[in-house]
Design a protein around this ligand. Structure first.
Ligand SMILES: Nc1nc2c(c(=O)[nH]1)N[C@H]1C(S)=C(S)[C@@H](COP(=O)(O)OP(=O)(O)OC[C@H]3O[C@@H](n4cnc5c(N)ncnc54)[C@H](O)[C@@H]3O)O[C@H]1N2
Ligand code: MOO
Length: 409
């Protein structure tokens, strides 16, 4: 058995960022930039009014108050999308609306609440400094400014920013293509009629969904039967994918065939047994040209090992660092834990936040790797190092949050 850290290092050494492709901005949410996004225009492109009111020369109204307003001659109007073409001279004002270009000659905007107007003139009831309620050209960013760096996973806000920079398409890493293969004579698809000793496959659909949350495209290859030929034939469907993930058939039993199939094909496994619980039976190697990650069949083992090994692979393939660094990584224990043995434990737990704002992770009583109902409820995994001594309630522990994904505000 090797440690989790060594297994991760060996597995991730086999992956690098996928090539770039160009996508239209509406399709870029959750994708990772292969090139920085640079502004193609200056924003705002002109000096723009920040309020509805009157564009004036500040010097003209220096002494204006509500009791002693200053009268200016109104000479036109500037609306958003319809600039005033003339220029504002001494003693003149232009009616202006939010977002409209401030005419040349004017250097400030007075809110309409401080003014009263008739057809020919306007009374300005407040003095303002030059620049008041004017957003100068380039106030947000100038043309040529880097708006978003290479390697950024695009959020909803980033899409709006790129649109503001007049960038209609951008360069992102190709989505990882991941083939998913379930194995086992006992496995049936949800909705299929079940034989007397059959169970429904949870793992493949869960893995496909996890791939989607991480920005990849999953190809569900179906269910291989417990024969070498069936596993080999169905695994061949992964040709052209960036990764084949199998579930089940990874342990030592007479019908655990994924290993045999790999061995038959001369596949050397870089990883085949990891000192962790759940998930000891993880394999990593290469099936032909396609890297293969073999995950154990117990559903929670599949889920936990996918979080620990598949998620970072998908991130690296998209040009991201292996870990997201999001969310809390430490919490206080809600209940005491016994000393650990030689396997690193990933304990399913809930997270609550106390009055002091510090999260508390409370393990479920039952930790069997077949209990999917509790895994779905878990907020995090508590990480217990091999041989960790007993820990009291309140002790600070490392956690892996079970949250995050490709879509972000
Ligand atoms: N003698 C030993 N037996 C086992 C060991 C061991 O080290 N020595 N390890 C145990 C551990 S830990 C795990 S985890 C499992 C891993 O076994 P496999 O990866 O070979 O998985 P299977 O035997 O095929 O299945 C295990 C379990 O999971 C169910 N399963 C499988 N696929 C699915 C699926 N797609 N959806 C839902 N459930 C699935 C399967 O029916 C079994 O109940 O081995 C232990 N045994
Ligand atoms: O891999 Mo097993 O995961 O310890 O149930």
């Amino acid at each position: 058995m090797i440690s989790v850290a060594e297994a991760r290092a060996r597995i991730l050494a086999g992956f690098a960022a996928l090539p770039a492709e160009t996508v239209a901005l509406p399709d870029a949410l959750g994708r990772v930039l292969a090139e920085p996004v640079t502004a193609r225009l200056t924003q705002p492109p002109f000096d723009a009014a920040a309020m509805d009111g009157w564009a004036v020369r500040a010097a003209d109204i220096a002494g204006a108050t509500s009791d002693r307003p200053v009268a200016l001659r109104r000479i036109g109007e500037s609306a958003a999308g319809h600039a005033f073409s003339g220029s504002v001279g001494v003693g003149e004002a232009v009616r202006i609306f939010t977002g409209a270009p401030v005419p040349t000659g004017a250097d400030a905007v007075v809110m309409q609440e401080d003014c009263s107007a008739d057809d020919a003139s306007v009374l300005i009831g407040r003095a303002v400094v030059a620049g008041r309620f004017v957003r100068p050209a380039g106030f947000d960013f100038p043309q040529g400014r880097e708006l978003l760096p290479k390697g950024r996973r695009l959020t909803a806000r980033d899409i709006a920013l790129a649109a503001g920079g007049n960038v209609p398409w951008l360069s992102v890493h190709r989505r990882p293509r991941v083939a998913v293969l379930a194995t086992g004579d006992e496995i049936a698809l949800p909705g299929d009629p079940l034989g007397p000793s059959q169970i429904v496959s949870t793992n493949a659909l869960g893995l496909c969904a996890l791939v989607a949350t991480q920005g990849g495209t999953a190809h569900n290859l179906g269910i291989a039967r417990d024969t070498v030929d069936s596993v080999a034939a169905m695994a061949a469907g992964a040709a052209g994918c960036d990764l084949l993930v199998t579930t089940g058939g990874a342990a030592q039993g007479d019908y655990d065939l994924v290993r045999d199939v790999l061995a038959d094909r001369g596949v050397s496994l870089d990883v085949h047994s990891i000192a962790m619980r759940p998930g000891k039976a993880v394999m990593f190697g290469r099936a032909g040209t396609v890297p293969l990650l073999g995950l154990p069949g117990n559903p929670v083992s599949t889920g936990v090992t996918a979080v620990l090994f598949l998620r970072p692979i998908l991130r690296v393939l998209q040009g991201l660092p292996p870990d997201d660094g999001e969310g809390p990584r430490r919490a206080r224990l809600g209940t005491a834990l016994k000393a650990n043995d030689r396997r690193e434990d990933y304990i399913r737990a809930t997270l609550t936040t106390g009055d002091d704002g510090i999260p508390t992770a409370t393990p479920f009583d039952r930790q069997d790797s077949a209990i999917t109902s509790l895994y779905a409820q878990a907020d995090c995994l508590i990480v217990r190092a091999p041989q960790a001594p007993a820990a009291e309630a309140g002790a600070v522990v490392d956690i892996v949050p079970l949250s995050g994904g490709a879509l972000n505000l």
